[in-house]
Design a protein around this ligand. Structure first.
Ligand SMILES: [Zn+2]
Ligand SMILES: [Zn+2]
Length: 207
């Protein structure tokens, strides 16, 4: 356990997210709250294989909390990034045959106790006069506020029709016809002379 601000203790699962992500920030808290809500709604535990899938409509800090808590990670193929720049996430459970989409409600508005301090810090940051401490304090107020608020004040939850995504393809690798490096066959390109080559070699051969 580690202090966020001297009075609040950071939960262990959040601590793990911070260790993975590198820093604590409002973006990570968005992902932390979404992951916890999905786990509660569908009774999920961390995905060992591909039983939980996350579809993220952004590639922000939030995604890292989903990777840590839900086990929806880039290397297993159960993390799909459709980067529409939207603060929205769909989490689905293959075993429950359920899916939920969580989308951020509105522009962020501070609801904590230190409203006047928050407004002052935001004004200094907006004016470009903020010190390192000001930035850190503003972040800290946001983080604590986002952790304390009822989930439905931050995100709208919608149950989605369960539409099972494909499992990650297991394609055999073949040597590239030019560089010889082993490459997933499904990712290779065919040249006019019939050689199967990797994408970088196909680009070079087009020049
Ligand atoms: Zn971050
Ligand atoms: Zn090649």
């Amino acid at each position: 356990m580690q202090n966020i601000d001297g009075e609040n203790k950071m939960p262990d699962d959040l601590n793990k997210c911070v260790e993975f992500h590198g820093h604590i920030c409002p973006g990570l808290i968005y992902g932390y709250r979404v992951a916890k809500e999905a786990m509660k709604l569908m009774n999920l535990s961390r995905s060992v294989d591909e039983e939980v899938v996350a579809i993220c409509e952004n590639d922000s800090c939030a995604v890292d909390a989903l990777q840590v808590l839900l086990g929806t990670v880039v290397g297993k193929g159960n993390l799909i990034i459709n980067n529409f720049g939207k603060n929205a996430f769909t989490v689905l459970s293959r075993s429950q045959r359920q899916a939920y989409r969580f989308s951020r409600n509105t522009r962020y508005d501070y609801k904590g106790k230190a409203k006047s301090e928050f407004d002052r810090l935001e004004a200094v940051v907006a004016a470009g006069n903020a010190s390192e401490d000001d930035r850190r304090n503003l972040k800290r107020l946001k983080v604590n506020d986002l952790l304390a608020r009822p989930f439905e004040e931050i995100f709208t939850t919608t149950e989605m029709p369960f539409d099972e995504p494909f499992y990650a393809p297991l394609a055999p690798s073949e040597p590239c016809g030019i560089c010889g490096e082993m490459t997933m066959a499904s990712k290779m390109m065919k040249l006019n002379d019939g050689r199967q080559v990797c994408i970088p070699c196909s680009k070079k051969s087009m020049k």
